[in-house]
Write a protein that binds this ligand. Sequence first.
Ligand code: ATR
Length: 272
Amino acid sequence: MALFTVFGNPISHSLSPQIHLAFAKQVGVELNYTRSLTSVSRFRRAVAQFFREGGAGANVTVPFKEEAYELVTHVTARAKQAGAVNTLVPLGYGQLLGDNTDGIGLVRDLTQNLKQAIAQRDIVLLGAGGAARGVVGPLLAEGPRQLIIANRTLEKANAIVEVFNHRTLVAARLNEVVIPSGALVINATSASLAHQTVAVAAEQLGQAGAVYDMMYGAEPTVFMQQARQAGVAKISDGLGMLVEQAGVAFRLWHEGAELNTQAVLGELRAQQ
Ligand code: ATR
């Protein structure tokens, strides 16, 4: 039976096995999908061993996405833009293709599941770390009116703006950002992971037409609570992004698979 895995640390709460097994059931294929806990020093060896032993594909999550980008022999254009890899596809003879499905997963969740427009709209992306950089390219490809990258450390937002060099892209300091009325605000900081607030002014956050946190959990994140207190009507977590990025990875491994990602998202929500 084809074997897949997800590498990460921590990894015990990863929903990826459940999501991929649900997709497999939809398309009638049998597969095994495990969780692989590894460490920075062992990551490369663990990946090599997995594929040497016949692994059919793997996902990579925090904190190994940049390391995965370094180890692959081939990368897709979107992985190159992101500087990070979350999906590994074996090409044979020890060669590995690295892709990044996070940004397209976010865009699909926003536009298809949540019916939130990106084209011609003001988008504010909070954070300028790996998670933020990974979604900038796919967001820009949708044609926003403006994409503002707001970060606590302005230099890191400036660095992303320089790399992408796109006329709609601007950088701002997080606590000074002016959020345009009706904007879509996306939290890509790691604050939610640490249960911390994001230092964006409440009167600015209140201007948002919708707020999206790329994190998810059993409870709404601190940032989602900030948004509710600021009076934002439409607030979403990142569970749909997780399912959609998994769907794109699944289709890479099983060419032509037709998936119902919304059904899987519905199952997960019912279990929350
Ligand atoms: P990731 O891979 O999750 O993006 P990262 O590369 O370490 O992690 O980046 C973390 C991001 O979250 C950064 O943009 C960081 O801001 P700084 O660049 O100023 O450090 C941001 N971040 C983390 N905790 C935050 C908090 N409590 N409030 C606001 N931003 C925060």
